[in-house]
Design a protein around this ligand. Structure first.
Ligand SMILES: Cc1cc2nc3c(=O)[nH]c(=O)nc-3n(C[C@H](O)[C@H](O)[C@H](O)COP(=O)(O)OP(=O)(O)OC[C@H]3O[C@@H](n4cnc5c(N)ncnc54)[C@H](O)[C@@H]3O)c2cc1C
Length: 408
């Protein structure tokens, strides 16, 4: 088991600098354009694929980095470049984690490569859990999966919403209800392979921030997928459902559902994205405060501005420490006994919102325009306190974990 360290090793530093170079030279210069276009930046994803930055190999290497720092380091640097473009590059990872968390080795080997495609033909993937009436309240999910034993097929019906890459994905991972009696314990995850009839894109959302990332509804009408598309397999599902039914009868402890498993594993990664956006805005503000002069001196000479920058930097560093701790714990198999994953996401996302707002204030009128990137960073930062569990839900998870109350 890797000891906790805050020092990146030489190899990690090299990778970090390589990602930073791509973020600075390719992502940041393209950010304003794709924010305005509100479209998936396919040429940027292709460039990332060409240098190996958008590939299963690269993410697997970071995901399995024994120190736990590979993923947060990657996220921070890419999202430092631009959050919308970065989400278009790493959004596939959420679907991949859905398969890694619940799938068999064979399923991982079959489907995850198809999520990325290759450098000449890049693909993206989508993880579809949220529904119009089931956001924070995952247990209210209605999308049904019914097993057709004669054909060994699952039939999916329902409407998913807010799916990153929904409808444009090559592979969709869909969470659905297999036993409505069991609430969130009766959910399972399914692969919907490329070009499966019955799956279509619904409304594409016009958003406040991360506008280069595609977010849409996914409609499932009698979507038939082979039995082997049930993540984890039928035997495992039957065992899990039998256990859940026994526990429900005995009124025993709750078990986690399929979507929760994905979200828990990915929360520190979202915290790292928020750190990247916050750091980018802080750097802009620091640079501006040292060069902009009013009353015959740089504005940073005013304590009111300097103290804001001191607070911004302190909070960003604190957020990174929480994220690194949670990532290290998750990688080394330490249980989140105090909901450390949720803590990291809560603190980092709230920090990003606060710091980006402060950056606008420090840039004055310029901060309020699209000539400077901090207004975009502020719009982008608003997503971190919403997706993969809102800040309120993180507080609920932390409080229930600390008090020993059940988490639904
Ligand atoms: C850009 C974007 C991308 C997304 N990508 C994906 C994706 O790829 N896949 C996917 O499945 N989902 C995705 N989501 C969905 C996201 O996870 C949900 O939006 C989020 O979980 C919140 O659900 P909701 O929007 O229905 O809000 P609601 O659950 O309706 O919450 C509304 C408000 O009520 C508060 N609230 C709700 N319940 C409680 C409570 N018990 N206590 C206190 N406050 C509460 C919330 O904190 C929030 O402030 C995405 C969302 C967005 C906006």
């Amino acid at each position: 088991m890797a000891e906790f360290t805050m020092e990146l090793n030489d190899e990690q530093k090299e990778v970090r600098d390589w990602i930073h170079g791509f973020a600075a030279d390719v992502v940041r210069p393209a950010a304003a354009e794709w924010d305005e276009r509100e479209e998936t930046p396919w040429p940027v994803i292709q460039e990332a694929a060409k240098i190996g930055l958008y590939s299963l190999d690269f993410y697997a290497q970071q995901f399995f980095d024994p120190t736990g720092l590979g993923v947060p380091m990657t996220m921070e640097e890419l999202f430092w470049g631009d959050a919308g473009i970065a989400l278009s590059i790493v959004g596939t990872g959420l679907a991949a984690v859905g398969v890694l968390a619940n799938g068999t080795e064979e399923q991982i080997g079959t489907w995850v490569p198809q999520m990325y495609g290759d450098a000449n033909d890049v693909k993206v993937a989508a993880f579809c859990s949220s529904e119009p009436d089931a956001g924070s309240d995952v247990a209210s999910m209605r999308t049904r999966a019914v097993y057709d034993e004669a054909k060994d097929e699952w039939v999916l019906n329902g409407t998913k919403t807010w799916a990153t890459n929904g409808g444009i994905a090559n592979v969709h991972v869909v969470v659905a209800v297999v036993d409505p009696e069991l609430g969130s314990k009766g959910h399972a995850s399914f692969i919907v392979p490329p070009n499966t009839p019955g799956l279509s894109q619904g409304q594409k959302f016009k958003k406040h921030g991360i506008r280069a990332s595609h977010t849409a509804e996914v409609v499932l009408e009698d979507v038939r997928v082979p039995g082997h598309c049930l993540l984890g397999g039928k035997d495992k599902l039957d065992e899990r459902l039998a256990r859940a039914r026994e526990k429900a009868k005995a009124g025993g402890e709750r078990v986690k559902n399929a979507a929760m498993a994905t979200f828990e594993a990915s929360r520190p990664a979202v915290g790292a994205m928020a750190v990247g956006t916050a750091r980018a805005a802080y750097e802009e503000a620091l640079e501006y405060a040292t060069t902009r002069e009013q009353f015959g001196r740089p504005i940073i000479d005013n304590q009111g501005v300097a103290f804001q920058l001191a607070d911004m930097r302190t909070q960003i560093d604190a957020a990174r420490l929480l994220v690194w701790r949670a990532s290290w714990m998750a990688t080394t198999g330490k249980p989140f006994t105090s909901a450390e994953g949720s803590m990291s996401k809560l603190f980092a996302s709230e920090t990003a919102k606060k710091v980006t707002a402060q950056a606008i204030q420090i840039l004055g009128g310029n901060g309020f325009t699209r000539e400077y990137p901090v207004e975009r960073m502020h719009r982008d930062a608003a997503i971190y306190t919403i997706f993969e569990g809102t800040s309120e839900i993180q507080r609920l998870v932390i409080a229930r974990t600390l008090s020993g109350m059940p988490i639904r």
